[in-house]
Design a protein around this ligand. Sequence first.
Ligand code: MN
Ligand code: MN
Length: 460
Amino acid sequence: MKRDNAWLSYNEQEKKKVMDLSKEYINFISDCKTERECVAEAVIQAKEAGYRDMNEYIEGKKTIQAGDKLYAVNMDKTIALFHIGTKDIEQGMNILGAHIDSPRLDLKQNPLYEEGEQALLETHYYGGIKKYQWVTLPLAIHGVVVKKDGTKINVSIGEKEGEPVFCITDLLVHLAKKQLDKKGTELVEGEDLNVLVGSMPVNTEEKQAIKENVLTLIKEQYGFEEEDFLSAELEVVPAGRARDCGIDKSMVIGYGQDDRVCAFTSLKAMLQTETKEKTSVCLLVDKEEIGSVGATGMQSRFFENTVAELIALQGEYSELKLKRALKNSHMLSSDVSAAFDPNYAAVMEKKNSAYLGKGIVLNKYTGARGKSGCNDANPEYIASLRNIFDKEKVSFQTAELGKVDQGGGGTIAYILAEYNMQVIDCGVAVLNMHAPWEVTSKADIYETYKGYQAFLNHNV
Ligand code: MN
Ligand code: MN
């Protein structure tokens, strides 16, 4: 079965739309490199689109009606947006769900030390990474430091013009004979991912004068002390902005496209949708890369509790109503898929791979070793999505994540499917997924945005 390249379907006017959307997207992923930064930006955009904090309704004992737009934020790291439909919520919702956490290096709680005339920061990597990809790159530090009195300090170092960046060093090739004989998984060890942050001593009398100088500068510039690292969430990410890729500028290279490319397109589709029969929902969640665990991951009760609040705000709450609302819902688990890479064709099965430029990808299943751990979407649901995409002229393709038994992966799809709702993974194909710099096709970003819009605009 042949699927056409989406670029061939565009006239000049539509090509301009593709390029304009990608410019907006490049800004989004350049400015939002942590889950907290994504949530903060989503709140700004939601407010501009007329959304209001759900707590205003709860505290003001206000009831909600069709057309109302609400958002709920969970611990600054997860957000749920609701656009209330004309039908009773018991009839189900149309849900777009993406994750806004990406692989990175987190600072340890006691990170700073001095050795060999250098000050360094200890890290523990977050999510699945090839550790050797994270050395010798300019790195930035983003996150928050919370002081004992509850004051929160936002930190971002290494993005603005004139700001310094950081680096993890690697062994020079001249002395790397033994290192290069190692297996890829051991080439750079997790404990060796230490970030170089300084080398200038202030006072030769003092022991650890380089570390002391780093602490003095932190205190001066950011207002916190070494002890405050104990209650900090600082993430080391590739420094610098996302950019156009290719002489034809057909692609985007940037950090954290898994899964902010689907978060961006889901949010944009959500904010532009009109009031529909069904309640539209956009969920942007944290912790997907480490198993969707914790209070801000998809396995948390946050979403279920928030829908319960929503039902209470619409009249009378009952558990049965909540269960029906969830059971009757349809979801696109907006997550990325692996793009076919001609350099590594051996791990892909060509007939069932996602290709750059062929549009939004439907992944019936993910998982590993015999689909283990996946949500296997129902053909009845896939058929209705095909119908909608064809009607709205959305370029789409179907794929699985690599050849059988080559590995695998998961998403948040199976978690929502546990409510007995229809769920399928659906998003953008990514080259070198989980690498510091990932690559996507602008046509795919545009088609995914169109696909999410089409999903919200139809009764699935
Ligand atoms: Mn993902
Ligand atoms: Mn991932």
